[in-house]
Every structure is written in C-alpha cells, then in structure tokens.
Design a protein around this ligand. Sequence first.
Ligand SMILES: *Cc1c(COP(=O)(O)O)cnc(C)c1O
Length: 385
Amino acid sequence: MDSGMRVDFNRPTYCGREDYHLSNCISSKHISGDGHYSRKCQEWFENRLRCHKALLTPSCTHALEMAAMLIGIEPEDEVIMPSYTFVSTANAFVLRGAKIVFVDIRPDTLNIDEKKIEEAISEKTKAIVPVHYAGVSSEMETIMQIADRYGLYVIEDAAQGIMSSYHNKELGTIAHIGAYSFHETKNFTSGGEGGLLIVNDEKFVDRAEIIREKGTNRSKFFRGLVDRYSWVDIGSSYLMNDLSAAYLWGQLEMAVEIQKKRMNSWNLYYEGLKELKSKGYIELPTIPQECKHNAHIFYIKLKDLESRTKLIEYLKERGILTLFHYVPLHSSQAGMRYGRFNGADIFTSKESERVLRLPMYYGLSAEDIEFVVENIKQFYEIGKG
Ligand SMILES: *Cc1c(COP(=O)(O)O)cnc(C)c1O
C-alpha cells in the first residue's frame, strides 16, 4: 500500500529474482501445491530447521489451524496464550471449540510471562501457545518444562520468528509444532500471503500431510506408498500454490542478505535513539542474552497513550508513518466471548498502549532512518513528550 508518506511503514520484501522464478514456475505448467518450488522451499527449511517436516501453507493462520487439529483440540479444552498477540493465535483454537486462557506478558520482551503460566493450568488445559513477539523468543526452557510436567502440548506462534533463535535453536523448532508467516508484512514473503507448518514431533508427520490434503492420503499416493488415495481423516485445503512458493524462493536465496540489511536498520535505530533512552524519555527493546532476534520490528515504548498519540501525529505531519498494535485480545469482543484472562492484567493493557512501531522494511535507507530518529529527538527537545 502506498501511504503517500515520505517514509512508508512497510514495503513487502522484493529482491529482484522473484520475477524469474515466477515465470519459470508458469512455464513448468505445475502451479498448484507441492510443485518444484514448494519442494525447494520445504527442503530449504527442513535442512535449516532440522525438523521432521516443513509444510508450506496458505498462511500462518492456516498452519496454526492445522496445529489445533493435530493436537486434537476438542470443545471445552483450554489453551493458554498471551493476550498481546494477533487474532489468529486464538482463532485457530477457538475454531476447534477451545476456550482461551490469557496470561499476562513480561514488560521487557512483551512475551507471555512464563512465571504466570502454571497458575493458569486446569484439568482442561491442553496446550500452551507462546508468541515470539518481534522475533524475540519467549522463555522456552521454562515453558517446555511446565508442559512436560503437566503433559501439555506447546505450539510456537513463530509468525514473526523466522531466522531468530533461542539458545542457538531456531524459533519454531523448540516446541512440538511451530508456525511461520510469509505475509507481506513479515521479513520474507511468498507474494503477500503464506505460511509454514513446522512439525518437530515425529508422531504428527503423517497426519499433518493428510490434514493438509483435504483429509486424504494423497501425499502417500504420490510417493507410491498406496495404490489409490481416499478420504481418511478430517482436513482442508492447506497447500500453498507453487507460484507463491516461487516468489518465496526468490527471497530464500537472498535470506542472508535480507537479514543483514534488516539488522543494520535495527541497529541504526537503536544507536540513534540510545540518547533518548538514557534521558528516560523512551524505552528500547530488550533482547535477552540467549536470544538472537531477526530485526522483524523496531519498536519504542513511550510514557503513556497520550504521549504515543502525540508522537504519531507529530511524525505523520513530517511524512513518517508509524503504527501500533495489538488491541489485547481479552478486551476485544470475541476475546471476551471465547476466553478469559487468568490473574491480573498488570502489563498487557498498559504496555500495549505504549508500544510504537517505527518504519522497518528491506531496503529502508539509512537516510530515512536518520530522518525518523532526528524527528523523534526533536519531538522531545521541544518538550512535546
Ligand atoms: C502475522 C501473524 C500471524 C498471522 O500470519 P498470517 O500469515 O497473516 O496468517 C499470526 N500470529 C502472529 C503473532 C503474527 O504476527
């Protein structure tokens, strides 16, 4: 979307080789799912992630829906997750009839507070769904230990977590199942919409392929393991078309380069804004030592909602588009119907009103970052904050 601003908030990643792969895919006459490019991308992920299976999906939302089916979510099951997240984290489980139990976030990473998970567990609890906000990992060691102790599944919503790690393990590969997004707002895109289901627990592999192929054993048929395919389970159409995979391949080839540039932008913001942090005007992101992040989002935290509203307006007048998210799910209409907040909302609402995301995309120039930084500094110098 062209915002008409001097500095856009986001531009979909585009490297230049996507066109070539797209026309190659069209010429191949196989543009539906699991074609040449889908296999290339899936192999790339399976090698990198060392997971049992990586399956391209039409979106991360769909990958999360598959995860809910795979772990056998049934009506009245409870699923624990943060309230500070995108709607799909919850919707995927609500669609299977689950009740969502929201837990407060940590103010430093804005991820689920692992210390508040245990008190949210009941006999009905089936799974924990940590979200790795801004590509910075949740405290997975603690979360996996709790899950082990209570016999729960863990699904990582790693929509924002591609190329990030925790104790040198890629995000999305730590829990039983993980999910990535290739939406145009994420670091890598498959042409607008797309996702990946990451199967780490081997027992889910066969059924994941079946659910993805409309509940049929078509994947086995293609591999010559059965002589015909038929309806064997529930499922839906969860394949990414090969044109999207071709687009994505153009970016996976450039993965290192894309990440280098994004990290560079992130570091420029951090260096430029350090002074305002030390003066106590704003807070900057915290990256725990065991986490390597992917520069997915650069956010600052302001004093309060009023201060944020003023800064957004100030920057907009100067041609800079900044955004915030999320409306905490527990305070939204559907969230109240399908979930409940366990314990006290100490940080979720408060922090969500203070977060401001600065422009961030592949190809954002150093000059533009400098321009954004200078304008934020001015805002405070003239005493508006
Ligand atoms: C982007 C995002 C999603 C949804 O991804 P889609 O590919 O658009 O379905 C889910 N969860 C989180 C945390 C996200 O940031």
